[in-house]
Design a protein around this ligand. Structure first.
Ligand code: EPZ
Length: 420
């Protein structure tokens, strides 16, 4: 298993190209199963999760061809069962269920287990499928959904933590081929859901209200092939923005969309970082001492849970007390004990972490536990004195394209240690 060796203390400078969004890529690739015609998806990030989704599509019977950052998919004939061994490896693959149910009126996929950040049930996905008239059965680790016909209906998809991103995506995809009108209340408003709906409409779907908590889908008989270019990855952009602030650097996020990052940029401004909108993207600069800010994670357009860990690393470096509250996932503080190994002073009180920031961090070997926690450890390592070794970086390769290469281009002293 590879690890990253980081010599800290170098301010980052320059431009970094933001890749296509992982969390738009997964449901959009799944949506290609809705039509027997060819689809072309551009600006795909070179990530293990994306390659994995391509494997799942192939397993289901689709022809998949990769040309650089473009995937050509044609799902002429497909099977309705998602293999346990494949699906269990990536939770995001649950979003093949909606397209399979929509097109074949039947779908069986292995029930995704929990993960380190939370239990992550799929009850809302299944509630939505049942509301469309599907019979849903969980048996021997698989969830089966089937229906003679899918009929549009009104449903409320809000849960313990508010809306569900992949739940909204899954039900929206199934509803595109249902009879009649479906109205999803408490729908997720994330830009990735909007990007998915844009692709579905390019395939001939009838969807309105996306980006708001009420989405209306008027079912059609069939969908056709289409081409789509993914939106930039706002979480990757936020991670590099925080890296610039953490290292007292100046970085331009080339191709990033500021309209997807309001909550993050607002908090960075509050902390004292300088944000400028340039022709090529967003410039983030830090000179001088930052101020502590409090963060509460919320569904979009609130502060994203996928940036909580990275912001905590920044607050650990910032003199003063900041309170970081995680409202989306019940156990998303795995990075706290690893940041403490670098010298951070953080206490967990229920859903909040109290960060007593400002103590200089010093390099140490640390262990990545999940995708965003590992990004936080890399950021802390870039700002720490001495050398930090981040182990198990396969977590980070799931969601960050060529992170060590991009950071080196910004002047970071980072290298990847490949285990044989
Ligand atoms: C998506 O996961 C993202 N993943 C996650 O990013 C992200 O953290 C999350 O949305 C929230 O923004 C992808 O898009 C592939 P949810 P998703 O359903 O859709 C509860 C990353 O780092 N819930 O919006 O699985 C759930 O337990 C990943 O890139 C139910 O209770 O998240 C959670 O507490 C990590 N029942 C909350 O809702 C359900 O049926 C939000 O989860 C579904 C969800």
């Amino acid at each position: 298993m590879d690890s990253l060796l980081i010599k800290g203390g170098t301010p980052l400078h320059g431009e970094v190209a933001i890749s296509g969004a992982k969390n738009a890529a997964l449901p959009i690739l799944a949506a290609t199963l809705l039509t027997p015609e060819p689809c072309i998806i551009r600006r795909l990030p070179n990530l293990s999760d994306v390659r994995f989704m391509a494997q799942i599509l192939t397993w289901l019977g689709a022809q998949v061809r990769t040309e650089g950052d473009t995937l050509r998919v044609q799902a002429k004939k497909i099977k309705g069962v998602g293999d346990y061994d494949l699906i269990r490896k990536m939770r995001g693959s649950i979003c093949v269920m909606g397209p399979l149910l929509g097109r074949l009126k039947r779908a069986s996929v292995s029930l995704p287990g929990g993960c380190v950040i939370g239990a992550r049930p799929i009850n809302l996905h299944l509630k939505g499928f049942a509301a469309l008239g599907a019979k849903v059965v969980i048996k021997e680790g698989y969830v089966h959904a089937s229906a003679k016909r899918l009929v549009g209906s009104a449903m409320f998809l809000g849960g313990r933590a508010g809306s569900t991103v992949l739940g909204t995506a899954n039900v929206m995809m199934a509803a595109t081929l249902a009879e009649g009108v479906t109205v999803i209340e408490s729908a997720a408003c994330e830009p990735e859901v909007v990007d998915l709906a844009k692709f579905l409409c390019a395939m001939g779907a009838k969807i309105s209200g996306v980006g708001s908590p009420t989405i209306t889908i008027t079912g059609v008989k069939e969908l056709h092939g289409a081409e789509h270019e993914l939106i930039p990855d706002r979480i990757e952009a936020a991670t590099y923005a925080i890296a610039a602030a953490a290292t007292r650097g100046e970085v331009t996020l080339r191709g990033a969309r500021a309209d997807h990052l309001h909550a993050v940029l607002d908090k960075l401004k509050d902390s004292g970082a300088k944000i400028e909108h340039t022709a090529s993207g967003i410039l983030v600069r830090r000179n001088g001492t930052l101020r502590p800010v409090d963060i509460t994670t919320l569904p979009y357009s609130g502060f994203p849970t996928d940036v909580q860990a990275q912001m905590m690393a920044l607050m650990a470096l910032t003199p003063g007390i900041s309170i970081i509250t995680e409202r989306i996932f019940e156990s998303r503080f795995m990075h706290v004990s690893e940041l403490a190994r670098l010298g951070a002073d953080i206490e967990i009180e229920g859903p909040s972490a109290i960060v007593k920031g400002g103590k200089p961090l010093s390099g140490a070997p640390v262990m990545a536990s999940d995708l965003r926690a590992s990004a936080a450890l890399v950021l802390a390592g870039l700002a720490a004195r001495g050398t930090t070794q981040v182990n198990r970086v396969y977590h980070i390769d799931r969601g960050y394209e060529n992170i060590d290469g991009k950071l080196r281009e910004l002047g970071a002293r980072i290298e990847r240690i490949e285990e044989p």
